[in-house]
Design a protein around this ligand. Structure first.
Ligand code: ADP
Ligand code: ADP
Ligand code: MG
Length: 449
């Protein structure tokens, strides 16, 4: 096992990784930008190194500063968390060049799956169904029109390098297609430095169902069941649960098999997620693979009892998984609410400021993964996630009621948060019946009343 790990991230996920290391008896090194000097991950780690100015491209994305910090402090491995450098194949490669283990899949797998057009090609060859769409990238409007006519409108233009719901545009007809194509290209170029786009048929009212996979470097590979992440705003997840109220044992087994098929085709090891859209007829379509730990991993941990971050660390150290598929018997129900510093009453606009009071929820079946504390100032430079409230209960309705209770207990004063929004979702009768889809919020949740 490693004796010292560098955590190349900030916020709740840095804290989550440090906790895993502490439980496994590993020392930790935090890195931080000048604005994060007082951040919780810095206070919790055994050592810390300042890696630059507040803007992420000068600190949390600064590969040479992060590698120097790891080398100078004698770290054997780097955990990248999610976002920032987590899906940067060049960074993973540079770690290995410097004799430092990157905690994640191989650079080749990261690269393969990070290019969504390439990933579609690879997955298409396995026989796992893709969303109908273009085969390669869309070079011009003529090709776009031909593909759209073939698969029929509405269609979605998507960035090949996309992530975080960015670089996606909907077109209902030929006229909208031209605009959507150039808008998606521009946004992709600005956000990812890569303007390549592809086209998918727009699946109406689907569920976002993803399968957590876990594999070691010795060929052992299992899945940990599904998460339902259909509660989204602008293609970004806000509330996730496991299991999914829509998935029966038969469909679960089928999705699990498909996810393993995709993972095998990509020579996958470490933790990863295979994402699918599932329509109302239970047709399943592959959309992408996330080659990292995900924000919503705790709901899977709560129902399976597997600590996914500790598993990542052990796998990176060369250990065998020590689990077979039959060992995974999910129990009960888990829900996660993302607590963002955003004002749901004003179109979710970011709300930076100082946390004047913080009284986290507790009690039976409640888990809080967060990094804020009373007196902490939320910097405006990074994403707005303040933390996650996670509950477990024997069944879905008890989990919903427990989450409602925990959200009421969870006091954050000084910034606006998404807590009032989550109450609205949990109280919604369609949600309580499990009738959700990716446009649920737009159709069912009105923050004005
Ligand atoms: P999850 O699937 O775990 O919910 P998200 O898609 O919400 O992940 O992204 C988690 C974090 O990673 C967010 O901070 C998001 O902005 C960031 N992220 C995801 N993909 C990319 C990408 N391709 N480039 C930059 N940041 C990304
Ligand atoms: P990202 O890398 O930004 O996470 P994804 O391909 O995973 O991109 O898609 C994010 C979300 O966008 C999905 O969960 C879904 O809500 C929506 N979406 C993506 N592709 C389609 C599609 N073909 N039809 C309908 N919705 C889609
Ligand atoms: Mg996705």
């Amino acid at each position: 096992m490693f004796s010292k790990i560098l955590v190349a991230n900030r916020g709740e996920i840095a804290v989550r990784i440090i906790r895993a290391c502490q439980e496994m008896g590993m020392a930790t090194v935090a890195v931080y930008s000048r604005t994060d000097e007082k951040a919780l991950h810095v206070k919790m780690a055994d050592q810390s190194v300042c890696i630059g100015e507040a803007p992420a491209n000068q600190s949390y994305l600064n590969i040479s500063n992060i590698l120097s910090a790891a080398i100078n402090t004698g770290c054997q491995a780097i955990h990248p968390g999610y976002g920032f450098l987590a899906e940067n194949a060049y960074f993973a490669e540079m770690c290995s060049t410097h004799g430092i283990k990157f905690i994640g899949p191989s650079p080749r797998t990261i690269k393969l799956m990070g290019d969504k057009i390439g990933a579609r090609e690879l997955v298409g060859r396995t026989g796992v169904p893709l969303v109908p769409g273009s085969e390669g990238d869309i070079k011009d409007l003529k090709i776009a029109m031909r593909v759209a006519d073939e698969i029929q409108y509405p269609v979605l233009i998507k960035a090949s390098a996309g992530g975080g719901g960015k670089g996606m545009r909907l077109a209902h007809n030929r006229k909208e297609l031209e605009k959507a194509l150039s808008a998606a290209r521009l946004e992709a170029e600005a956000a990812f430095g890569n303007g390549e786009v592809y086209i998918e048929k727009y699946i109406e009212e689907p569920r976002h169902i993803e399968i957590q996979v876990l594999g070691d470097e010795h060929g052992n590979l299992i899945h940990l069941g599904e998460r339902d992440c259909s509660i989204q705003r602008r293609n970004q997840k806000l509330l996730e649960e496991s299991p999914s109220p829509f998935i029966d044992d038969k469909l679960r087994a089928k999705l699990g098999e498909m996810a393993l098929e995709v993972a095998r085709a990509a020579d996958y090891f470490s933790a990863g997620t295979v994402e699918f859209l599932v329509d109302k007829h239970k047709n399943c379509y592959f959309i992408e693979v996330n080659t990292r730990i995900q924000v919503e991993h705790p709901v899977t941990e709560m129902v399976t009892g597997v600590d996914i971050v500790q598993a990542q660390l052990a796998i990176a150290a060369g250990e065998e998984l020590g689990l077979v598929q039959e060992d995974i018997q999910p129990r009960g129900w888990s829900i996660e609410c993302r607590i963002n510093a955003e004002d749901p009453n004003f179109d979710f606009r970011p709300s930076a400021g100082t946390i004047v009071e913080y009284l986290p929820a507790g009690g039976p079946g409640v888990r809080v993964d967060s990094f804020i504390y009373s007196g902490y100032s939320v910097p405006p430079y990074y994403d707005s996630l303040l933390g996650k409230l996670i509950v477990w209960a024997p069944d879905r309705i008890q989990a919903i009621d427990r989450m409602d209770r925990a959200l009421k207990e969870h006091i954050i004063e000084g910034v606006q948060t998404t807590i009032p929004f989550h109450h609205k979702v949990l109280d919604n009768s369609f949600f309580r019946r499990g009738e959700v889809y990716t446009n649920f919020i737009a159709r069912r949740i009105n923050m004005e009343n």
